[in-house]
Write a protein that binds this ligand. Structure first.
Ligand SMILES: Nc1ncnc2c1ncn2[C@@H]1O[C@H](COP(=O)(O)OP(=O)(O)O)[C@@H](O)[C@H]1O
Ligand SMILES: Nc1ncnc2c1ncn2[C@H]1C[C@H](O)[C@@H](COP(=O)(O)O)O1
Length: 220
């Protein structure tokens, strides 16, 4: 049996509120594997970032890089473990902030080089790259509804109306990002159409779609 058919890491991707954490727990339960969640509630930098993105973009991404590497390393020894956000999306956020004059291009370059180094495969160590990326596509309307439904204070438009433009902008970066993503096989799920949280038929359909893809790439 080759190594790839034994160890498989699946990562979710998609905008804020798309349903990544929800699908991560549903999928890990379905596959009998372990789910890993990005650090949000105990993240000391995230609330600061939402108050002052210019100052905290570099620190937040460095913090996430460290945390995500811990999760990747923990998942890399197991079969079909699921991570609720890919490390590659951090580049998307950082790049968007550079384009908007919120982050410094030199900081971005330093962060990018650091990530490339950390993610490089080292002989004798487990592979860090995912085996499958699942992308949840959502419209702005769905994204805003779900951010509201979840209710994290620092993400709410009521307290910071300027965030609507930030979320709109983020969505503009996501589609091209997914198109050019080529680190692993990938699959897109329509998060507007499928209510995999509350509708059992929708959930079954989404899980069947993912199972088919895992079979196609030889990991189920
Ligand atoms: N497909 C879906 N249908 C209905 N509600 C959803 C769906 N996906 C997520 N939600 C709800 O939206 C909110 C955000 O979902 P979450 O999984 O935390 O998103 P993410 O991890 O992408 O930020 C949660 O309240 C969740 O229950
Ligand atoms: N790299 C990042 N830059 C800025 N903000 C980020 C980054 N990674 C995650 N976030 C934010 C977005 C959300 O407010 C929380 C959690 O993400 P979610 O999509 O809800 O799982 O962190």
């Amino acid at each position: 049996m080759n190594r790839k058919s034994v160890i498989t890491v699946i990562v979710l991707s998609g905008p804020i509120g798309a349903g990544k954490s929800s699908l991560t727990s549903i999928l890990a339960k379905h596959l009998g594997s372990t789910a890993y969640y990005e650090e949000v509630n105990n993240n000391p930098v995230l609330p600061l970032y939402y108050k002052d993105m210019k100052r905290y973009t570099f620190l937040l991404n460095t913090y996430f890089l460290n945390k995500r590497l811990e999760e990747i390393n923990a998942a890399a020894g197991n079969h079909n473990d699921v991570l609720d956000r890919s490390i590659y999306e951090d580049l998307l956020f950082f790049n968007m902030n550079v384009d908007n004059g919120v982050a410094d291009p030199t900081e971005y370059q330093i962060y990018h080089d650091l990530m490339d180094n950390m993610m490089e495969d080292v002989p004798g160590n487990p592979r860090k790259k995912p085996d499958l990326l699942i992308y949840i596509h959502v419209s702005l309307d769905t994204m805003l509804k779900r951010i509201g439904k979840r209710g994290r204070e620092f993400e709410q438009l009521d307290s910071n109306p300027g965030l609507k433009e930030y979320y709109q902008n983020l969505l503009r970066y996501y589609e091209p990002w997914y198109e050019q993503y080529d680190v692993s096989p990938k699959i897109a799920i329509d998060g507007d159409k499928f209510d995999f949280v509350d509708n059992q038929d929708d959930q079954d359909f989404v899980l069947d779609t993912i199972d088919s893809k895992l079979r196609e790439i030889g990991n189920l």
